[in-house]
Unconditional design. Sequence first.
Length: 91
Amino acid sequence: MATRIRLSRHGSKKHPFYRIVAADIRSPRDGRFIEHLGHYNPTSDPVELRFDAVALGKWLDRGALPSETVARLIKKAGLARTTAQAPAGEA
């Protein structure tokens, strides 16, 4: 099973709130996921970003690839040592 670490959008119109989840690549954006790994709230001041570092490391060790946005957030949170980049041809 190919797994991706990505954002799942929640919240109301024009007030987004994102959960960071590990999900099967074939699942829809806001649909089924395997595990909740953190959350990101870009509308709060200051921006709220939290990760479960243990669970994130576990999924990265298993070969899950973060999306471009999640990879940027992982780097911003200071957890970049565990980040694995997706191959260039994969979207």
